[in-house]
Design a protein around this ligand. Structure first.
Ligand SMILES: *Cc1c(COP(=O)(O)O)cnc(C)c1O
Length: 385
């Protein structure tokens, strides 16, 4: 189908932060397949994990215990607030699973009317019918029939609006710690704290969508771990498999108590190939030294972007983001900068709110950061002349 529009570029292999076309043109990857390739391309340890598992067992379904899935779940539980994990294949599925978990929790608590979820304008939770309704973006919903009921949308970060939207039918508040697709908009930490308080005071669950912010992207294994706020349920995907499709719903025992045998399922979710790779990703990314290096690189990158803002004040309005989830808010069309960067063989990703995203692999080398900044400088120059 024509859902992605025309494409002009194809890659045949990758090495670290670089993607290479069949005629050997090299592009510096500051998109990471939209925050997916956290360890770059063809990382030897991930290649080994995948090929070793591929020689043993690919798939059994969840009718049987999957050893790699148990191991990966144990790692996620050990490194987060969660007690239990459900595996799926994508971010949208993880968000759907999170929504279902929250609704079931209230159902088994004897409050079946508590099914509504408060979400934020500018959010992105995926492209299934429920997650489209959750985000409420009219551009994405247009033409797909009636919206799924049960979502209340409030302005981004507006605590008073959340308070006003809370009713005795509210099951959960669902929020991204940083809106990625929405334009690299960081949720202020005092807002997150306030949301947690509102949840606690009203018997409402807090769902964090860390599909884009998770797995080291912000310099913490999960973005909320920068604060002392913990969710009840969390959706994870994108970076988790380093490029192999996998998603996960994490929850406390309490929040997941409605998710009993037969309530949910997935044919592929958590299959041996996906969990072998994701287990290796998590081992590497969760190491304290690795997360510290993400913070260091992010600081260097952001300082470079701030300098570019000074050099190009008429084009760059703002430098946004945290960790290696960075963005430039522009006065021009983001697509124009994405195209100009492409001319410099630099890959960026557009976002809403006139923003381009800069999402390098988390193991990006210092030399590649400098290279990305000078290519970005040339791209911006080409736009200002
Ligand atoms: C990308 C994204 C999703 C959807 O993930 P898919 O794997 O494309 O279904 C959901 N939430 C957030 C925050 C995302 O960035």
């Amino acid at each position: 189908m024509a859902t992605y529009g025309p494409k002009t570029l194809a890659f045949v292999r990758g090495e670290g932060c670089w993607l290479i076309t069949k005629d050997d043109q090299r592009y510096l990857d500051c998109g990471s397949g939209i925050a997916v390739n956290v360890l770059g391309h063809a990382h030897p340890k991930l290649v080994a994990a995948l090929t070793e598992q591929a020689g043993k067992l690919w798939h059994t379904s969840n009718l049987y215990e999957i050893e790699g899935q148990e191991t990966l779940a144990a790692k996620l539980v050990a490194t987060t607030f969660a007690d239990v994990v459900f595996f799926c294949n994508s971010g949208a599925e993880a968000c759907e699973g999170a929504i279902k978990t929250a609704r079931r929790y209230h159902y088994v608590n004897g409050a079946p009317d508590r099914h509504r979820i408060i979400t934020f304008e500018g959010a992105f939770h995926g492209r299934t019918l429920a997650t489209l309704s959750a985000a409420g973006n009219p551009k994405h919903l247009d033409g797909f029939g009636p919206e799924m009921p049960g979502f209340d949308h409030v302005p981004f970060g507006d605590v008073a609006a959340v308070e006003a939207a809370l009713t005795d039918e509210t099951a959960a508040i669902m929020v991204e710690p940083v809106q990625g697709e929405g334009g690299v908009r960081v949720l202020p930490s005092d807002v997150l704290t306030k949301l947690r308080e509102l949840c606690d005071d009203n018997g409402v669950l807090l769902i964090l969508d860390e599909v884009q912010t998770g797995v080291g992207r912000t310099g913490h294994l999960f973005a909320h771990q920068a604060s002392d706020v913990w969710p009840d349920i969390m959706a994870v995907a994108k970076g988790l498999g380093g490029g192999f499709p996998i998603g996960a719903v994490l929850a406390t025992n309490e929040a997941a108590k409605g998710m009993t045998a037969g309530t949910h399922g997935s044919t592929f979710g958590g299959n041996p190939l996906a969990t072998a790779v994701a287990g290796t990703v998590l081992d590497i990314v969760s190491a304290p030294d690795f997360l510290q290096s993400v913070k260091d690189k992010a600081l260097r990158f952001k300082q470079g972007l701030a300098a570019l803002k000074d050099t190009h004040p008429t084009l760059v309005e703002d430098v946004r983001g945290t960790g290696l989830l960075l963005g430039l808010k522009l006065t021009c069309e983001p697509a124009d900068l994405v195209k100009a960067a492409l001319n410099e063989h630099l890959l960026l990703v557009g976002a809403a709110d006139n923003t381009v995203r800069i999402l390098p692999p988390l193991n990006v080398e210092d030399g590649d950061i400098s290279e990305a900044l000078s290519r970005l400088d040339r791209a911006l120059k080409s736009l200002s002349t």
